[in-house]
Design a protein around this ligand. Structure first.
Ligand SMILES: NCc1[nH]cc(CCC(=O)O)c1CC(=O)O
Length: 312
């Protein structure tokens, strides 16, 4: 008789997107690694606080902390996250075991009236709570009025449909995962609206001491996505790494070179010009990926980033 296989428990938030992502990883672990997998749904502080801009209430870490507590207490073995919601420095004792192949990293315009950014009339009202999207929208179209928009994807779409906004901006990946791609009226190119670090990628977190599971999950790593997101996350980490910053960092492959595009807006003074630049280098290792990210952060500092960053 074969020994009873241990069941691997995945802790997940209970939004439709989080559940889709957890189910996706569950299926992958069942099919590729032949594991038994169950989901443990949890409500996080980030899900409860819907009335304030996230950056004002402690940042994206709010979405992952409760899941990490479940890992710590042994109630779950893995947590699945949108990589962009994972803080740049994981707390002591946790690790990212795998990063999966990236979905579409772009931002998307959703509107019931207008097909693209250029079609939006003068002074149109656009909904987003992301400081990164606000800063880049303001740079593209200084006339737009930008209003906060929070909540999970369905809530944001409902607020648009109720007539609260002329258009909203969301990550294409989330819409596609939920079968809502038909709501996308146009995609921003990654040059005009640089995505945030990790956008479109899924990360699987575990306890750093779970060596066997870590080794199994390592086989699922998508190497091109892993290296690109190492670069992106190094930019963010190097500049202080919090989501209270309007920081964009996106790396994409051009042959064996990674091209990293970065932008930084001023959180308090949106009229200050967006700092924006790009760099590229051959990247073959984690160390080279991180070095490229740090160079991109330095390039932003050379453009005056210190003035834009919150005082230490
Ligand atoms: N901040 C919330 C969040 N976290 C991940 C996604 C979308 C999926 C992804 O980028 O992987 C979204 C929604 C959005 O930004 O529109």
């Amino acid at each position: 008789m074969p020994a009873m296989k241990e069941t691997i428990v995945i802790a997940t938030r209970e939004s439709r997107l989080a559940l889709w992502q957890a189910e996706h990883v569950k299926a992958l672990l069942e099919h590729s690694l032949h594991l038994n997998v169950e989901l443990l749904g949890m409500t996080t502080r980030g899900d409860q606080i819907l009335d304030r801009t996230l950056s004002k209430v402690g940042g994206k870490g709010l979405f992952v902390k409760e899941l990490e507590t479940a890992l710590e207490e042994g109630r779950a073995h893995l947590a699945v996250h949108s990589l962009k919601d994972v803080p740049m420095e994981l707390p002591e004792g946790f690790a990212l075991a795998a990063i999966l192949e990236r979905e579409d990293p772009r931002d998307a315009l959703v509107s019931n009236r207008y097909a693209s950014l250029t079609e939006l009339p003068q002074g149109a009202l656009v909904g987003t709570s992301s400081l990164r999207r606000m800063a880049q929208l303001k740079a593209l179209r200084p006339d737009l009025r930008i209003e906060p928009l929070r909540g999970n994807l369905d809530t944001r779409l409902r607020k648009l449909d109720e007539g609260g906004y002329d258009a909203i901006v969301l990550a294409a990946a989330g819409l596609k995962r939920l079968g809502l791609a038909d709501r996308i009226r146009s995609h921003f190119s990654v040059e005009e609206m640089i995505p945030c670090a990790g956008q479109g990628a899924l990360g699987i977190e575990l306890r750093a001491d779970a060596a066997e599971l870590n080794a199994q999950l390592a086989t699922l790593i998508d190497r091109p996505t892993w290296l690109a997101t190492q670069t992106e996350r190094a930019v963010s980490r190097s500049l202080g790494g919090s989501c209270s910053m309007p920081l964009a960092a996106h790396a994409r492959w051009q042959g064996e070179q990674l091209l990293v595009a970065v932008a930084l807006g001023h959180a308090e003074s949106p009229e200050r010009p967006l700092l924006k630049t790009q760099l590229q280098a051959v990247v073959r290792s984690d160390a080279e990926a991180v070095a490229l990210g740090e160079q991109a952060a330095q390039a932003l500092r050379d453009l005056g980033a210190a003035d834009y960053l919150p005082a230490a």
